[in-house]
Design a protein around this ligand. Structure first.
Ligand code: ZN
Length: 320
């Protein structure tokens, strides 16, 4: 059993439609920074786009595989239901007006004492902006299209459907070392010690969920943070001790990753544990992050071919 706890969510990855539409929304409307433009290492003829704060610190990162021909996915068992992002308390009416000006419908709700806005991203991904009094300090991108006081402060919590007899609560409490901090109806919130960035997960614990289907607008996986490669190896061993099947370490250029999915322990959701380093500054200077196609050394020889296949990306619009 590791002596430390997992410190929170590292990034969340989803499938989306057109890359340009994705860029226009997450940068042009939500004001995140595109911190990396690269390819899907498992299918380099498609993009992998990363967004986050000014440098893409762990806990602020959303990543997307654009897959325009994919059928829309369906939320349900084995799929995350939604992704909540943190915004400072008192900013929701401004956010609502801003999203309305971009033709994006929102609904309001209160959850465990915090007001939130629900909206659907153009891909169909269900997003929430949670106005929290303890929005963590991040360094928002300087070129976002609105005041810094309103900027997104990273991931707040994914909402994950789990079955009542699944061991997912046990995974968070007894293996990850997180604490149950609140319940509301069938929603159970777990939080990592220290309450840093992206330190919460909401489980929707029910006897039944509709079956989900992977596709456009669905979360592909949720990644949690390991501070170092050593810590990641300890987590890999600890998960295997609990009987979980965990992959070998995969080099993702900006972090190293292990993956695990189990019908009981993760309710069929794909989980990842990613190292904090080396981060997005490993192959680009901070001022240039995300502007041009970055390839891992093993794919550099295919740059010309891939440049010809990948859709061209223009700077995001709109930005009013
Ligand atoms: Zn990932």
């Amino acid at each position: 059993m590791p002596e430390a706890s997992l410190p929170g969510v590292h990034h969340i990855t989803a499938l989306c439609g057109k890359a340009q539409e994705n860029l226009d929304f997450y940068v042009g409307v939500l004001g995140l920074r595109r911190v990396k433009t690269t390819v899907n290492f498992d299918d380099p003829t498609t993009h992998h786009l990363y967004y986050g704060d000014a440098t893409g610190r762990p806990g602020t990162v959303l990543t997307f595989f654009p897959w325009p021909r994919a059928a829309p996915g369906r939320p349900g068992a084995g799929m995350a239901q939604s992704v909540a992002l943190a915004v400072p308390r008192g900013t929701l009416s401004d956010w609502q007006a801003h999203l309305d000006a971009h033709g994006i419908d929102t609904t309001t709700e209160e959850r465990l004492g915090d007001p939130l806005l629900r909206l659907a991203a153009p891909s169909g991904l269900s997003l929430e902006l949670v106005a929290t009094p303890d929005a963590p300090a991040t360094t928002p991108w300087a070129e976002r299209p609105f005041a810094e006081a309103r900027a997104i402060r990273g991931v707040y919590a994914p909402t994950l459907p789990v079955f009542a007899d699944d061991r997912t609560p046990e995974l968070f409490a007894d293996v990850f070392g997180w604490t149950q901090v609140g319940t509301e109806g069938d929603r159970v919130r777990f939080r990592a010690p220290g309450a840093g960035r992206a330190s919460s997960v909401d489980l929707l614990v029910r006897d039944r969920h509709p079956s989900g289907r992977m596709g456009r607008g669905q979360v592909h996986h949720v990644a949690f943070r390991a501070p170092s490669a050593t810590a990641q190896r300890r987590w890999q061993a600890a998960l295997r001790e609990h009987g979980l099947q965990v992959t070998d370490v995969k080099d993702r250029q900006y972090f190293q990753s292990i993956y695990f999915r189990d019908p009981d322990w993760t309710s069929g959701l794909l989980f990842e544990i990613a190292t904090d380093g080396p981060g997005f500054l490993v192959d680009e200077a901070e001022e240039n992050l995300g502007r041009s196609l970055c390839l891992p050394p093993a794919l550099e020889s295919r740059r010309e071919e891939l440049d010809g296949v990948l859709p061209a990306l223009s700077p995001p619009s709109p930005s009013n």
